[in-house]
Design a binder for this molecule. Structure first.
Ligand code: IFM
Length: 385
């Protein structure tokens, strides 16, 4: 007998603009990509092929699609809002609704306009006002969107800001990186609050999506773990108190010893990201978030695995979902699960780590649905494992 998920549980797949659309030429990352191992280029050409992507999601039997609106397209030059780009993204929202898919829309997924970065990025005095102005510009196209994510993985944005500025690709897990500049973290939290004010005034439900690192204390290093976790994760979760929902994104765990993050143990099974293969991460992250944010509904906005072996994707996801089911049975208020990612997409400097349920030919952009996608579709249709 299968294990069932709550009635109305949302099943879907996710992606982000820069990673799938292609030619995001007015963004900060585009300008830096020549210093990264690989460029995004045409990416998956989803800027043009999004109807095909939505058809795949619907045909699989999934019920939701998470995508992001690209600030650099909406406002390529400071203060100049492109109506045509707004209309483009509205067509995707409508495309979801017409197919019976629930749109989950992220307003900022790592990339910013190049002008914003050049004017000081999140550390500029005007940063929060600039983000608020962008959110206001996007409001008219969000009608009918039940889940609006303000900023994706603010903890990652904060921790990788320096590397991005220097045109480096951070290797390893986010949770092992240096703590972020606190002024940057504060600015992101203020930007999230400003966005929520605007969205709330328009009657839209919003939250943000946090990279959960599952910090584990090794050899009793609890105090060290707590001190490590606060700047890198907890402060961002804490800032979600009172939000309409919180997005949980989990892939692996990070072990913390007396001197900080420990490397993945020798011989541990790893993914193409070099991360420990650890599907239990999802349940751990959900339990942790539910404990810290009682009363805030949880949406799993990302979970998945970078692997070239599609059977391993099923194995990972099955185990992650079994854990998720257990966390729900214990009382966590989880409303849905969005797999990362729909497509094999651009993994911030490299095309090598394939997270997709669907393969994309890098020359023709032809999509090939993998067995794992059909398996997840079957789970979604049955609403059970
Ligand atoms: O690809 C990223 C995504 O953009 C944000 N969360 C983690 C994913 C895998 O690294």
């Amino acid at each position: 007998m299968g294990i069932s998920f709550p009635e109305g549980f949302l099943w879907g797949a996710a992606g982000s603009a820069h990673q799938i659309e292609g030619n995001n030429v007015a963004s900060d990352l585009w300008a830096l990509e020549s210093r990264l191992p690989e460029r995004s280029g045409d990416a998956c050409d989803s800027y043009h092929r999004w109807p095909e992507d939505l058809d795949i999601v619907r045909d699989l039997g999934l019920g939701a699609y998470r995508f992001s609106v690209e600030w650099a397209r909406i406002e390529p030059v400071e203060g100049e809002v492109s109506r045509a780009q707004l209309a483009h993204y509205r067509r995707i929202v409508d495309g979801c609704l017409e197919r019976g898919l629930v749109p989950v829309v992220t307003l900022h997924h790592f990339t910013s306009p190049l002008w914003f970065q050049r004017e000081g990025g999140w550390l500029a005095d005007a940063a929060v006002d600039r983000f608020r102005r962008y959110v206001r510009a996007v409001l008219p196209i969000l009608d009918g969107v039940p889940w609006v994510c303000t900023i994706n993985e603010p903890n990652m944005v904060a921790m990788t800001a320096k590397a991005i500025k220097e045109g480096r690709r951070e290797e390893g897990v986010a949770g092992a990186m240096a703590a972020p500049d606190q002024a940057l973290a504060d600015a992101l939290i203020a930007a999230h609050r400003a966005a929520r004010e605007e969205l709330g005034a328009a009657g839209l439900r919003s939250g943000w999506t946090i990279a959960n690192q599952n910090f584990e204390a090794v050899d009793g290093a609890r105090a060290e773990r707590d001190a490590w976790a606060w700047p890198r994760e907890e402060q961002f979760l804490e800032a979600a108190k009172g939000d309409d929902f919180v997005g949980v994104q989990a892939y692996t765990r990070v072990r913390i010893g007396r001197d900080g993050a420990l490397p993945v143990p020798d011989g541990a099974r790893r993914t193409l990201m070099g991360w420990e293969f650890y599907p239990e991460a999802l349940a751990d992250a959900v339990r942790h978030t539910a404990r810290l944010l009682p009363g805030v509904p949880i949406l799993v906005t990302e979970n998945g695995v970078a692997t070239a072996d599609d059977a391993e994707r099923v194995e990972y996801t099955r185990a992650a979902l079994a854990g998720l089911h257990a966390a729900i049975a214990e009382g966590a208020d989880v409303r849905g699960y969005l797999h990362w990612s729909l497509l094999d997409n651009y993994e911030w400097g490299s095309w090598a780590p394939t997270f997709g349920l669907v393969e994309v030919d890098r020359e023709t952009f032809a999509r090939t649905v993998k067995p794992s996608a059909r398996w997840l579709g079957d789970v979604a249709r049955a609403n059970a494992l």
